[in-house]
Design a protein around this ligand. Structure first.
Ligand code: 3H9
Length: 699
């Protein structure tokens, strides 16, 4: 982008268009071109007003996140925006689509703002471990007040046009042609010699020092321990107390501190890892109609996702009452999304219209994609795929939602394995964004590409995985779970295990998760698992609880005790006694176990298994594993996922710690993966190893 091309004249109004696909991020060349244009237009006698527009679907998505790993290059955005604000002619921001982060800051540095109805304005920096570093902390409270500024920046959530107008962030709604409307308004402002409203010259709203302490207190405890949220409050306090220039400088300094933090690096790593393009997008087949088999919780969750994602779907179940319940659940969920404002009335009505039910498998005959979510049993699934293979139209993609069964065996039963893939959704499927797309031995590239494309279209993240027990996520879960189970036999209380891992940042402790999912499920899986480790201690605590009918929340008893299903959990002395008796029977000596040991054994087990999965090619990259664990298993995002975390600990430390555990507990579970040893010896990282394997673009 260069300054000359970006400026077009409309009479005496100059229109500067940010045109830097895909999202008009404010990269160095864009900042340089913009600054040059503003300086030239400010002194151009033929120009009386300036309009800023974004080309394509967005105004500006913010600073260019790819530049954050390199030293900052001048002109810095904060300086460019100060120059913009000081312009001697009215500058009107014409906003549409995303005006986020640095994009929102650019808008606030203009003298007037108008916007189209699709505006999404926000400060998502916190989700990258950052704070607004180009004047947002100084300008936003002057327009919207302290409370709104704090909430917008601390939550990172974007707002639509109506709240943006209510908060005084947008002056006018522009229905119709945004460019024409903005140009006409800019001309009016110039003709009327309207005042140049420089936001940073407005008075700061009154404040009390205690108010900023209060903001710190109301941050969620996990956020308080991260670098960015407390610094957002600090930058706001600086705005309250310091002159504009000093407050801007303070915000910039705080921004740079955050930029250097491991947490921000981790969150930036996930930002790109979650957007990595899946293979062969051009090979995807069109999907205009889908069917979901099985109207249970999983099946109806998948049907909701397809219907709200724009794909007409038939939910199929042989039993009338199950089908009715599944459809009712799906409709209730769409209604709830509408009530909560996640879907507008039109989108909700359209989603309801895309949903229908059928009692016969024949209803899947003409669709483009079938997702099977019937009972998790190989014989049942093979029978279903045998019938689907016969009745589905040629070219239809047949996906199984199995979480542990052999996709090849299911594919073979269909008689057309090239059309078969796994699509492993996570529960609840309408909420969780992750889908492991399983590549079977015979899966065609077209079938896989179709599964990736549909997943993306319904707003979820598709990660390619190989066909092996548990694929990537659940296989690693078994390594993680193995250690927490062993440590409970060795003397760690279930609630102490959960607390240690939650304090590390896991969304929930593994025992609470087990109770939620149902301990009978894993018990059943382990019974059928052919290559289960021959170890009487393996998952012994969970199995014992399941043997006693303690299935978790649904039976009111599991690792914990529950008064109501889904109610408060309380530690159960019966469980402690039960574990003690089991340890005695198995001759495991009990001792006191520190939280540090709980975290280190669980997380090192996870890392080591992840590295083996990489060696075996079951996952394509460490980043894919990170995305799976952060989106499917509640691994703390600010640690970047288990493989990023391994790099941040240092692989030499990881290998040394695994060897130390081998010294204490034997090599059966504690032999470091070859990949880790090799990289540790070379002083390498998983990230660098991955980068060296990736073909360069265009090769
Ligand atoms: C900031 O602004 C700091 C300032 O306060 C201070 C600075 C001093 N940079 O998401 P999509 C790429 S921090 C670079 O799939 P969608 C993305 O990687 C920034 N690249 O599209 C992908 O690339 P590829 C604050 C970016 O339509 C492509 O664009 N802003 C950036 O689903 C399409 O992305 C944010 O955090 C970026 N800023 O959603 C907003 N943004 O095609 C981040 C996107 O190679 N962005 N890319 O895979 C978003 O939230 C979404 O991208 C958006 C579009 C809603 C805009």
């Amino acid at each position: 982008m260069n300054a000359g091309d970006a400026v077009l004249r409309d009479g005496d109004v100059a229109v500067f268009t940010f045109d830097s696909p895909p999202v008009n991020a404010l990269s160095h060349p864009v900042r340089a071109a913009f600054l040059a244009a503003i300086e030239a237009l400010d002194v151009d006698p033929g120009v009386r007003a300036i309009v800023l527009l974004g080309a394509g679907r967005n105004f500006i998505a913010g600073a260019d996140i790819r530049e954050f790993d390199k030293p900052p290059l001048e002109p810095l955005l904060t300086d460019v925006l100060s120059r913009l604000e000081s312009c001697g002619k009215p500058v009107v921001a014409a906003l549409h689509g995303a005006a986020l982060g640095g994009g929102a800051e650019t808008a606030l540095a203009c003298h007037y703002r108008c916007a189209a109805g699709d505006l999404q304005l926000g400060f998502p920096e916190v989700s990258l471990g950052l704070l607004p570093g180009a004047g947002g902390t100084v300008r936003l409270p002057r327009l919207a007040g302290w409370q709104a500024a704090f909430e917008l920046m601390a939550s990172g959530k974007a707002i639509g046009i109506d709240p943006a107008i209510e908060l005084g962030l947008v002056d006018r709604r522009m229905d119709g042609d945004l460019r024409a409307g903005a140009v006409a308004w800019a001309r009016e402002l110039a003709a009327a010699r309207a005042p140049l409203r420089r936001v940073s010259e407005l008075p700061v709203p009154p404040s009390r020092p205690a108010q900023f302490e209060e903001y710190l207190r109301i941050l969620p405890p996990a956020a308080r321990r991260l670098p960015a949220p407390p610094r957002i409050v600090e930058a706001l306090a600086a705005t309250a107390m310091l002159p504009v220039e000093a407050a801007l400088a303070r915000a910039r300094a705080l921004f740079l501190e955050c930029l250097e933090s491991t947490e921000s690096r981790a969150l930036r790593h996930l930002f790109f890892a979650e957007r990595a393009t899946a293979p062969d997008p051009e090979l995807a087949r069109a999907v205009n109609q889908a069917a979901v088999l099985g109207a249970g919780t999983m099946g109806s969750g998948i049907a909701i996702s397809l219907a709200t994602g724009g794909i007409p779907v038939t939910l199929i179940d042989a039993k009338q009452d199950a089908l009715d319940a599944g459809l009712a659940r799906a409709r209730a969920s769409i209604d709830a999304s509408e009530r909560k404002g996640r879907l507008d009335a039109g989108a909700a009505a359209a989603a309801r219209g895309r949903l229908q039910g059928s009692l016969t498998l024949a209803a899947a005959g003409a669709v483009d994609l079938v997702i099977e979510a019937v009972f998790e049993n190989l014989a049942v699934k093979r029978e279903v795929f045998g019938r689907l293979g016969q009745l589905c139209r040629p070219g239809a993609v047949l996906a199984t939602n199995t979480s542990t069964l052999d996709v090849d065996s299911i594919a073979d039963a269909s008689g057309r394995p090239d059309d078969v893939v796994g699509m492993h959704f996570f529960s609840p499927a309408n909420v969780m964004r992750l889908v492991e797309v399983v590549r079977g031995r015979g899966s065609s590239r077209e079938a896989l590409a179709t599964a990736y494309a549909v997943t993306k279209r319904i707003g979820k993240i598709a990660i390619p995985v190989g066909n092996a027990f548990g694929f990537v996520g659940n296989r690693m879960l078994y390594a993680y779970g193995r250690e927490k189970e062993l440590m409970m036999l060795e003397g760690a209380k279930p609630e102490a295990v959960d607390k240690a891992l939650q304090d590390f940042g896991m969304a929930m402790g593994p025992n609470a998760v087990g109770d939620l999912a149902g301990l009978d499920i894993g018990f059943q899986v382990r019974k059928e698992w052919k290559e289960k480790p021959e170890d009487p201690l393996f998952y012994r605590v969970s199995d014992r609880l399941a043997e006693l009918g303690r299935f978790g929340q649904k039976t009111g008893r599991g690792f914990y005790r529950y008064d109501l299903p889904g109610g408060e959990r309380t530690p159960d002395p019966e469980v402690a006694e039960l574990i003690r008796a089991e340890a005695e029977r198995l001759k495991v000596k009990q001792r006191s176990i520190e939280p540090g040991e709980i975290v280190s054994r669980c997380i090192l087990a996870l890392i080591n298994e992840g590295a083996r999965i990489l060696e075996e090619g079951i996952a394509a990259s460490p980043a894919d594993i990170d995305v799976i664990w952060c989106n499917g298993y509640g691994f703390p995002r600010h640690r970047g996922g288990p493989m990023f975390y391994a790099d941040s600990l240092g692989l030499a430390v990881v290998v040394e710690s695994i060897r130390a555990l081998a010294g204490l507990h034997g090599t059966r579970y504690w032999t470091p993966a070859r990949l880790l040893v090799t990289l540790a010896d070379e002083g390498g990282t998983l990230a660098a190893w991955q980068a060296a394997r990736l073909p360069r673009l265009g090769e």
